[in-house]
Ligand binder design. Sequence first.
Ligand code: CA
Ligand code: CA
Length: 165
Amino acid sequence: MNFVYRCTRITSVNETSLSCCLSIGEWYLVKKSPSCPCGWTEYYNQCFIYVAKPMSWAQAEINCQSMNANLASMQSLEEYQMIQRLISDAIQQDGPAWIGASDAIKEKFWFWSDGTPLKYTNWCTGQPDNFQYNQNCAYVNWSDKKCWDDGGCESVIPSVCAKKI
Ligand SMILES: [Ca+2]
Ligand SMILES: [Ca+2]
């Protein structure tokens, strides 16, 4: 990823910009991603962020929407691996996280919460199994294979948000 570095004299600093700035004397070096907000990771034409706070799938989606994003969708193995790196960089392990795929509206009809069709998938063998007729939300990094599982939407786990640039 390419970052643009620039030095600037900041007169007013809010909490968000402060977290992105390193003080050099009275100047600040601003590490600025070309198009994504501070703290988000750019990958092709999307910005991604790992949300550590455990939430249900619906809470997590609403939280993403509050940042003009949705739970992350992905279209390729490369994109999934980038999301896995985002998680492992944040917590130094491969923890579970909600992504935007759900079949809550109609069983076995999976789609992404951002409206894109679900084409690429990385389900674990035997998943999605709709265990106990009550698993409608997809999360990543399940089992030692680090693949996808459908889980109960009310489980509270971290999540990954994404938005288009
Ligand atoms: Ca289901
Ligand atoms: Ca399952």
